[in-house]
Design a protein around this ligand. Structure first.
Ligand code: ITT
Length: 196
């Protein structure tokens, strides 16, 4: 079975490729195909966006597709940046700009609780689709630590690892992360998907 990873985010791609090792699939990336029409991530939830990215990619390319919609929900900011995590500091904002905006919003804030959320959707061209969720709780630091990972990783302290995701290697992060947990659910049900 060919499975297209429907993401343009190199950080996600690296993690998903590592987690999918041993799955009975041939992985393809969007870059293996010509340009595909832009998919607007205008859903109100991670579920909506993940399903939209997976189903439209599967239909357009004619192969099974896996999409990940994810983000950081900060308790003191009423769940922001949430579904807007990639574009918190504006369209095409860099990870650095998003992190700076988060630090500014959290200045003087005592409650640092936050959770990463991930919804993975797998869809096939004939229309079937399944979604899986994972989350990971932690705290937002007052300054970044570590240069591994991507996005908000250097600001996210993970109590289970006693370090930030920016200080964790791929395997450590994958064991406890929102994405790792969603993938564990995928692995559990993958037989279902293989017979579609
Ligand atoms: P694709 O839609 O092409 O997959 P994207 O980056 O636009 O890429 P999302 O809309 O799902 O994807 O936004 C996810 C954002 O949430 C991402 O850009 C990061 O800012 C943040 N994020 C998600 N998972 C993360 C992780 O494991 N570590 C750090 N930041 C993460």
């Amino acid at each position: 079975m060919i499975l297209v990873l429907a993401t343009g985010n190199p950080g996600k791609k690296r993690e998903l490729m590592a987690m999918l090792e041993g799955f009975p699939v041939e992985i393809r990336n969007l870059s293996d195909f010509g340009p595909i029409p832009e998919i607007k991530e205008d859903g109100a939830t991670f579920d909506d966006n993940a399903y939209k990215k997976a189903s439209l990619t599967a239909r357009y390319l004619g192969f099974a597709a896996m999409a990940d919609d994810s983000g950081l929900e900060v308790a003191a900011l009423d769940g922001a940046p949430g579904v807007h995590s990639a574009r918190y500091a504006g369209d095409n904002a860099s990870d650095g700009a998003n992190n700076e905006k988060l630090l500014a919003a959290m200045e003087g804030v005592e409650n640092r609780k936050a959770a990463f959320k991930c919804v993975i959707s797998i869809a096939v061209p004939t229309g079937q689709a399944l979604t899986y969720e994972g989350s990971c709780e932690g705290d937002i630091l007052r300054e970044p630590r570590g240069d591994k990972g991507f996005g908000y990783d250097p600001l996210f302290f993970c109590p289970e690892l006693q370090k930030t995701f920016g200080e964790a290697d791929l395997e450590e992060k994958g064991r406890v992360s929102h994405r790792g947990r969603a993938l564990t659910e995928v692995r559990r049900e993958f037989d279902k998907i293989l017979v579609w």
